[in-house]
Design a protein around this ligand. Sequence first.
Ligand code: ATP
Length: 318
Amino acid sequence: MNVIEVRNLRKLYPKKIPLPFRKVEWFEALKGITFRVKKGELFGLLGPNGAGKTTTIKILTTLLEPSSGEAKVLGLDVVKDAREIRKRINLVAEGERTLYWRLTAYENLRYFASIYYIPRREAEKRIEELLKMVGLWDRRNDLVMNYSRGMKQRLAIAKALINDPEVLFLDEPTLGLDVQSAVFVRELVRRLVDEEGKTVLLTTHYMNEAEELCDRIAIIDHGKIIALNTPEGLKRMVRNDTIVEVRVRNYPGVNPFGLVKVDDRNGVVILRGSLEEEEIPKLVEFLVKSNAKVLSVEVKEPTLEDVFIKLTGRGLRD
Ligand SMILES: Nc1ncnc2c1ncn2[C@@H]1O[C@H](COP(=O)(O)OP(=O)(O)OP(=O)(O)O)[C@@H](O)[C@H]1O
């Protein structure tokens, strides 16, 4: 059974045109995307900033209406059946700001349980289960303002589970978290699918997160799905390529070999891409002649980032 069905979905946003030119121009954030998510699947939308991931999530969670096309959740239409959908899904939005920082974790969940008219006894049982699941039971009486970012995100997930949703939407669930908290959140999400039978759609721009966590991934760029498959299926696209990663100082900014900049920190640029083996010495020669300082050249195992580079000619973080 398909829990999410999206067909030819488009979203246009009005561009801000300064007065006195009142003509409205439109920006096409989603250019007709189509995908399906099955029951019990952990599905990822992977793409760079501005690709249209949040827009897709907002439409599926009934917070935003599509401009055209069709989107169904649990067989219900996101426009016509929005109220029914809202009872049966939940969302952890990016940069969660919907917790009450002056209340304790327990009080937050009690409040959100009341919004769903969950009877008191049942709510108490559920809150205890959820706080234990996210590892916050011992800290339940602390004010949320004293929580770390990772703890706030875990509480946000508990909050999103209060109505026992059949489908959970997570927008960049590990954005800005420290490594340990991110691992906890990923394991929790995986458990929700494997043990609780939830269907999860998440967005991320971390390719290792998508690769490690998701059953299937749609790579989205400039409002279009440019590839959709299992992580293994996607990586098959670069299986026969020699992936080279070069660390370099004083990078001249361009290279004729199609390597893209995937990182730039403390003056050290990391270039990555697919090369013929005989091109490797030519690349090094080019960099040295351009006065760059080559720190290392390595042949790497292909990752999803290489799939993205192959499809777009850009790095995911460009
Ligand atoms: N309310 C709005 N008005 C105008 N343009 C918008 C609006 N919301 C989003 N956009 C634009 O639509 C495009 C897609 O935005 P969206 O937030 O869906 O991307 P995203 O993939 O989720 O990226 P991010 O991770 O940065 O949120 C972007 O170019 C963004 O600037």
